[in-house]
Design a protein around this ligand. Structure first.
Ligand SMILES: *[C@@H]1O[C@H](CO)[C@@H](O)[C@H](O)[C@H]1NC(C)=O
Ligand SMILES: *[C@@H]1O[C@H](CO)[C@@H](O)[C@H](O)[C@H]1NC(C)=O
Ligand SMILES: *[C@@H]1O[C@H](CO)[C@@H](O)[C@H](O)[C@H]1NC(C)=O
Ligand SMILES: *[C@@H]1O[C@H](CO)[C@@H](O)[C@H](O)[C@H]1NC(C)=O
Ligand SMILES: [Zn+2]
Length: 482
């Protein structure tokens, strides 16, 4: 009976419209600093940590900017290899600055982001992007099967519900979805990290995290869907008195800049490279709150400088400082949210050295392929790509990460084998059940026949002892029957 129920349940669950492949949702909260996770503010994320595996933080890539890091998460490559060297770049051949665009994300046409690799790795693999930065452009000529382009401030519950509808689509069930939330980045930039606005956003994100997992439980998908929660970078508070006006040292009409504080690509006018570098170098020594590099002198450990998109001069502010572009940016946030900029207004900035703890994002994961109540040492953002590939059971394309760094997150078994094992075991049990039934029916039939013939034979053989022997023979058969 139990076997029958088990077999029926198994068959029922297999007919549910979800992917035959391992399923993964990657959730990113923009600028969610690793230490935003605290008892009072994020009770749900702390609960989810215990149900799965977490690291104290991730070593993200330089510059600690949104598009750079989201693309490193998606490709497993450092900035110098995927070419998204900032949130924009200056193309010296085209003499043009590219902000978010197809060009920004296509330094190298051979780079395959995870959502594309998933779909290229076999039949019936479908990817979705819910507003993931960089995923609304084609790669190798194709968009993901499911694509919601960025729609700031759109309803968070609807984002989650839509993602789950992709996973449950009866015709093309998604087995990989990238899910993005633009907070607490927006409010962090506008109000600084200690603000009540940022605290509110952190609480709302904590709540939406639990909403996602509760929906998975309600839909009986919690044992089928792996969920990774992470972010791209942290955030630091700056005030206007710490905005460094580089045009005090170098005339504004002698150079261009690309990207935003605290890291600026500096593109000198023709023939002025050495002069501008010397002026900025002197100024940085005098000022003491920023560093200026010639391209070749940029630290190698950033895995950043070896790319033609990096400008000849590069300026990086010290933690808590920013450049003159922040005068305009702070005004933008003040107008957007309706306040006045004063000397003590607090704003948020990220992009600094990726070794600074303040720039580190968080990581946690939960699902059938993830260890329970487990902690792993901090690893690199570029290692995530091989984690995604392992969960999805696909062969990674070229990347800069290391599988051994993230192996500890995963359970010992191969997740994708599970459905096959269930089908085989279920099939064998079903066949056994069938054989047992047939055997039982046949046996019963044979016994009935024997009983009749035995009584008849006894009657014939001992007609004088009919009653006695007949009863004895019946009794014998009854024992066997019982
Ligand atoms: C928290 O999530 C629940 C659903 O899980 C929702 O009903 C509630 O409104 C949310 N609260 C906040 C403050 O967002
Ligand atoms: C920055 O410095 C330049 C040159 O001294 C000056 O013209 C400009 O007004 C300054 N910008 C701000 C916002 O203070
Ligand atoms: C930079 O400083 C050095 C030494 O203090 C000085 O000789 C040089 O003229 C300065 N260069 C510029 C461009 O200000
Ligand atoms: C803001 O700071 C500047 C520069 O230190 C100073 O000149 C100005 O008086 C300050 N404004 C106020 C309102 O304190
Ligand atoms: Zn970001």
């Amino acid at each position: 009976m139990f076997i029958l129920i088990y077999v029926l349940l198994t068959l029922f669950s297999l007919t549910k419209a979800i992917s035959e492949h391992p399923i993964l949702i990657v959730v990113s909260f923009d600028a969610f600093r690793y230490n935003y996770i605290e008892n009072k503010v994020t009770p749900n994320l702390l609960k989810l940590r215990e149900l799965g595996t977490y690291a104290d933080y991730i070593n993200n890539v330089f510059p600690t900017k949104t598009f750079t890091n989201h693309h490193s998460i998606a490709t497993g490559l450092y900035a110098e290899n995927h070419g998204v060297v900032g949130n924009e770049f200056y193309d010296k051949d085209k003499k043009q600055t590219f902000k978010i665009s197809y060009e920004l994300f296509h330094y190298d046409e051979t780079i395959i982001p995870i959502w594309r690799l998933n779909e290229l790795s076999g039949r019936n693999r479908y990817s979705g992007s819910m507003m993931w930065p960089g995923a609304s452009f084609e790669y190798q000529g194709k968009e993901p099967t499911y694509l919601q382009k960025f729609e700031p401030e759109s309803n968070w519950f609807k984002r989650v519900d839509t993602v789950l509808s992709w996973i449950e689509d009866p015709k093309k069930p998604a087995n990989l979805v990238m899910l993005y939330f633009e907070e607490p980045d927006v409010h962090g930039h506008a109000y600084g990290i200690k603000s009540t606005q940022v605290q509110d956003m952190i609480q709302r994100l904590d709540n939406i995290s639990m909403y996602l997992h509760e929906r998975l439980v309600a839909k009986e998908l919690v044992d089928k869907v792996n969920v990774i929660h992470l972010s791209d970078h942290g955030m630091v508070t700056v005030t206007p008195l710490k905005f460094i006006n580089l045009t005090n040292f170098v005339k504004a009409d002698t150079f261009k800049t690309a990207c935003t504080s605290p890291t600026l690509h500096i593109i000198p006018n023709d023939g002025l490279e050495e002069d501008i570098y010397q002026r900025l170098k002197n100024a940085s020594e005098e000022n003491g709150h920023f560093t200026v590099y010639k391209k070749d002198d940029i630290p190698s450990r950033w895995r950043f400088k070896n790319n033609p998109r990096v400008a000849p001069i590069y300026a990086v502010a010290n933690e808590g400082y920013a450049f003159h572009d922040m005068f305009k940016i702070s005004k933008y946030y003040a107008d957007k949210f309706g306040f006045e900029v004063t000397n003590t207004s607090e704003f948020g900035v990220h992009g600094y050295d990726n070794q600074l703890p303040s720039m580190h994002p968080f990581f946690m994961a939960r699902g059938p392929q993830i260890k329970v109540n487990h902690k792993v040492p901090p690893f690199n953002s570029v290692d995530l790509f091989s984690l995604f590939c392992a969960i999805l059971n696909i062969k990674p394309s070229r990347h800069d990460g290391s599988y051994s760094n993230i192996e500890g997150v995963l359970m010992g078994y191969h997740g994708s084998m599970l459905p096959i094992i269930v089908i085989i075991v279920g099939g064998v049990l079903l066949a056994l059940l069938f054989i047992i039934c047939i055997a039982a029916v046949t046996l019963l039939f044979i016994k009935r026949q024997q009983s009749i013939t035995t009584v008849a034979a006894l009657n014939k053989r001992f007609p004088q002892n009919l009653n006695h022997s007949g009863i004895e023979a019946q009794h014998l058969l009854e024992n066997v029957d019982a």
